[in-house]
Design a protein around this ligand. Structure first.
Ligand code: IPD
Ligand code: CA
Ligand code: CA
Length: 270
């Protein structure tokens, strides 16, 4: 794809994220009721609100008008989108719903564009801090228009590591805690759990975190952030070191230098 076409795709992603972000911002300021996504009445921590749904609907409207032939895959009403489509948009209309629900200003809209399975453009937008993370394939990664790159850290003993917990509180949580414990045995500087996977990946891309892992994420969580990270010089794979599929997957994202050592830890507890 020509760079000029890619730039207009990115412009559309930014425009859509701005619209979605405006909706999130309004609900965040005015208040919105949060619902539990579980249908069976069991315990669930998977939340949703009118903000998630309205943001996705507005993003969908813009993308369908602009690119009628393109496929959309998103967390709310767009889960049946065909991930193998030649032109695919991957949308998380509100990443970090739990932060949003608890009035923590750390959530985002995430929009990625994939061509035949390859990430080509992405935008992640925090509408409260007004931070933009954008990338195009081969064009670099930018935070608020300024180029960024991953950290130069080469040993776990210098590392700040981000992680995430899937909503599951069983086996996967125990795996995550075991991996965290092993990270600490390497005298890392610290562990952080910020609660918005798209922003976690961007934080690795910006060199704030040196690595990030989570044992289960969905494509809308990492669709845009994965490109941002690799364009910033990072590496992203699943826990085994295989390329990320466009479906639920474990995720390991690093500044590249730490990938092998982090993968050893993360794979052991997967
Ligand atoms: C969640 C966030 C969180 C991650 C969860 C995701 P949501 O997305 O990205 O950081 O730990 O696994 O599901 O539900 O807030 O869109
Ligand atoms: Ca998400
Ligand atoms: Ca979401």
């Amino acid at each position: 794809m020509k760079m000029s076409n890619l730039e207009s795709i990115l412009d559309t992603a930014v425009e859509a994220a701005k619209i979605g972000g405006g909706i999130l911002r309004r609900y965040f300021d005015e208040g919105v009721s949060i619902r539990d996504k579980s249908s069976g009445g069991g315990k669930s921590y998977d939340l949703v609100s009118d903000a998630d749904e309205e943001s996705e609907a507005a993003i969908e409207e813009l993308l369908r008008a602009r690119y009628p032939g393109h496929e959309l895959l998103g967390e709310e009403s767009l889960q049946s989108g065909d991930a193998s489509a030649e032109h695919l948009w991957i949308i998380d209309p509100l990443d970090g719903t739990n932060n949003f629900a608890h009035r923590i200003e750390h959530f985002a809209v995430s929009i990625g564009y994939y061509q035949s399975g390859v990430a080509m453009a992405g935008a992640v937008f925090n509408p409260v801090t007004d931070d933009w993370y954008t990338a195009t394939r081969g064009g670099g990664a930018f935070r608020n228009g300024k180029p960024v790159s991953v950290s130069p850290v080469t040993t776990l003993g210098q590392a700040m590591i981000g992680c995430g917990f899937y909503y599951d509180r069983g086996e996967m949580m125990r795996s995550t805690l075991a991996a965290i414990e092993e990270c600490f045995s390497h005298d890392i500087h610290g562990i952080r759990r910020f609660g918005t996977a798209s922003l976690d990946l961007c934080m690795v891309g910006c060199g704030k975190l040196d690595a990030f892992f989570e044992y289960q994420l969905s494509p809308w969580d990492f669709g845009a952030g994965a490109l941002f990270l690799t364009e910033a010089g990072g590496t992203i794979t699943d826990a085994k070191g295989d390329p990320l599929p466009i479906k639920k997957s474990s995720v390991l994202a690093t500044n590249s230098a730490l990938h092998a050592s982090m993968q050893e830890i993360v794979a052991k507890h997967a």
